[in-house]
Design a protein around this ligand. Sequence first.
Ligand code: EPU
Length: 339
Amino acid sequence: MEIHTNIPLKNYLTMKIGGNARFMTDVHNMDEVASICQKAKEKSLPIFILGGGSNIVATDKGFNGIVFRMRIPGFEIIADDINSTTIKLGGGENWDSVVKKAVDLNLSGIEAMSAIPGTAGAAPVQNVGAYGQEIADTLQSLEAYDKQEERFVTLQNSDCSFSYRDSIFRNESIGRYVITSITIKLSKNQPKPPFYDALQKYLDEHKIKLYTVETIRNAIIEIRKNKLPDPKFLPNTGSFFKNAMVEAWQLNDLRAKYPDIPTYDMGDGRYKVPTGWLIEQLGLKGQLLHGMRIYNKNALVLINESAKSYTDVANARDEIIGKIRDSFRIQVQQEPLEI
Ligand code: EPU
C-alpha cells in the first residue's frame, strides 16, 4: 500500500478546488482499511474517505490527515428468490456501473438513479436519490469499519437514520465509519407509475409506453444530460444546495405572494420547495458570482468557471443563501459535504 504526501485535493474533486491532503492512499480491501485506520489512530491523524469526489467541497487549507480513496471492488449476488435479488457491492464500485449491471439483470429499484457520479460506498452517506428513488429504499445493510470500536460492524437500514439527503454518516456519526460494502435488495418487477413528474413528462413526450428498467434508465440518462453539466468539462458537484423544507404556515405565506411556487408534500406537515426555483426567481440563473456560474439550465448547480479558491466558492454560496433568506425567509443548506 503506497502512501503519497501533499497531494492537491483539487485534482481528485469534481469541483476542482481545494488545498492539499497531507497523506493519500488507495484502499483495495478490508485489511487495508483496518490497518490504515489503526496507523492513523497511533499518529492521531484524522481520516477522510473519498469515493468519486463528486459531492465534496474542500477548503483551501486542505486536509491535515489521511485521505483514502475507496477502491474495494465487488458485485456479488448473495440471495435470490422469485421476487427479488440481493446484491452485495464493494464500497469502491462505480455507482453507475452498478446501476447498469442491475438493469442488464432486469432488476428494478435503482434504475432512476442512473448516471449519478460517485461510488457505491458513498451513496448511503447523503442518501443519494434522484427521480423518485433513493438508496434508502433498497439498502438492506452495510459493512463498515467502526473507528470508535476498532472493528468491522454491520449496520442495518434502520440504524442509518435515513432522510432526505441525510443519514447518521453526515450527523452524529460523522467520521466514525468507513463504509466498505453495501447490500441492496432489488425487485424483479418492472417499474410502475406514478413516476416522478419530470420523468413522466419525458416518457410522454417521447411516446415511451413500455416501462422497463432499460427504458427508464435510458430516459434518465437523457434527462440528466440536459439538466446536469458533465463535471469532466464543467467542474461542479451536482446540486449545490439541498431543496428547502418549509412548514404549512410558511408555505401559505409564500403562496400568497408566489401563487406558482412548486412544492412537494412530504406527508409529515412539511413541504419541499425547490431551491432551484427560488434561485431562478431571484434572477440569478446564468449569472457569474465570484467565478462561480449559476448553471443556465438548472439554477441548483454551481459551476466553477473561474473561481480561484474555496473562498470564491464560499462567497458565491453565502451570497445566494443570503439573498434567498432576505427574499423568502428560507434558510437553505449546502448539499455537498465539506472537508
Ligand atoms: N426548478 C426551477 N428552476 C431551476 C431548477 C429547478 O424552477 O433552475 C424547478 C423545476 O421546474 C421543478 C423543481 O424545481 O419544478 C424541481 O426540479 P428537478 O425536478 O429538476 O429537481 P431538483 O429539485 O432541482 C433534485 C435533486 C437532484 C435529482 C433531481 C431529480 C436535490 C438537492 N437535488 O433536484 O439530485 O437529480 O431532484 O430527482 O435534492 C444531486 O443531489 O446532486 C442531484 C443532482
